[in-house]
Design a protein around this ligand. Sequence first.
Ligand SMILES: [Zn+2]
Length: 199
Amino acid sequence: MIGAHSDDIEIGCGGTVMRLIRDYPDLCVTWVVTTAHNERMAEARQSANAMLAGVNHHEVLVGPFRDGFLPYDGAAVKEYFEGLKRVQPDLILTHYGRDAHQDHRLVSELTWNTFRDHMILEFEIPKYDGDLGQPNFFVRLDSDLARAKVEHLLEHFPSQHGRRWFTEELFRSMMRIRGMESNATDGYAEAFYCRKAVI
Ligand SMILES: [Zn+2]
């Protein structure tokens, strides 16, 4: 999974990652955060390591780039992604290509640019810009996983608690809407955009 900022992976696909870990004991995970500094770097690492605690083979990579400036550090970011080609994953979870945040968009673009024949699912991040669309791929979550995702976010990102949107209600509401759309048994799901699927 590849996220731009320290909490993007957890917000966008934390429940799906938890479900994959539960359902596939031999999972091998590379977790990439491209921009995180100071306390946000510590939070990114602690959160990822906590979520992946039960995964035998995992690595957590945190890039050195500036929050908000990713497209303007383009050449260096492209080099960073070239270095990720050593990993050949079966599934990649990354940002939605039409996300309103410039960092998110570049991460999505370079993911597609780097991994040419891989299964890529794009997750969504709620934001002030209001860019939620119509995803076409849903991962249903039981109520235990939905609760675990929210608890994980609130526990591991104390630096974000001052933001009015960083709340249990918001995270649960997102999963509830996508759960309704996918008629999930327990009512919760995470949603993705699948642009290309190859079998
Ligand atoms: Zn972000």
